[in-house]
Ligand binder design. Structure first.
Ligand SMILES: [Zn+2]
Length: 189
């Protein structure tokens, strides 16, 4: 199982490398790797397990973050209703996911983004596309998927896909006006 010690941070030059597409059909090793990455996310959001293994809660992880330069990422996003109950779960373990279309309209997370590979808190708003359509192969369901994502999920996907190209969330922050609300953009809570 993956632990925090397996995750590289942004001081490691590898984090800026370009990840390569994965050849299909998927090897057993790559499939297992993706399942482990997804499991890490589930554990990281579980109160007991995250404490036990000292995991930082995360909704997404990309291959490069465990030192594997392949275009693979996992997502585990829980959406809660007003009563605090889980309303929806978005689970993916994706191979070669790609944005095939997006809106011009932007959105951003109200309090900015964080990253498993960024240990310091970085203040600043990160502009993202408000809606993206992502295509890829999903290991959890063993099929090609087309994900039409808005809001938080859309932001997570863009954050993870950025990792494939060596980009980090803070690269998108306006250095001169990091917390100035982004014009015409949807604020995602
Ligand atoms: Zn990240």
């Amino acid at each position: 199982m993956l632990l925090m010690k397996d995750i590289i941070d942004d001081k490691n030059p590898l984090i800026r490398e370009i990840s390569q597409p994965v050849e299909m059909p998927l090897s057993k090793e790559d499939e297992q790797l993706l399942l482990d990455m997804h499991e890490f996310l589930v554990h990281s959001q579980d109160e007991e397990l995250s404490k036990k293994y000292d995991l930082r809660p995360a909704v997404g992880i990309a291959g490069v973050q465990i030192g594997v330069l392949k275009r693979i990422c996992a997502i585990h996003v829980l959406t809660y209703n007003e009563d605090g109950d889980v309303k929806k779960v978005d689970d993916y373990a994706l191979v070669n996911p790609k944005i095939i279309s997006h809106t011009e309209k932007k959105s951003y997370l109200k309090d900015g983004e964080g990253c498993l590979s960024v240990n310091d808190e970085v203040q600043g708003l990160v502009p993202r596309y408000a809606k993206v359509t992502v295509k890829g192969y999903d290991v959890l369901t063993h099929q090609d998927v087309t994900i039409v994502a808005r809001g938080f999920l859309a932001i997570c996907l863009q954050h993870e896909l950025d990792h494939f190209d060596g980009k980090l969330f803070y690269d998108h922050i306006d250095k001169n006006n990091p917390t100035m609300p982004i014009r015409n953009a949807i604020i995602v809570e």
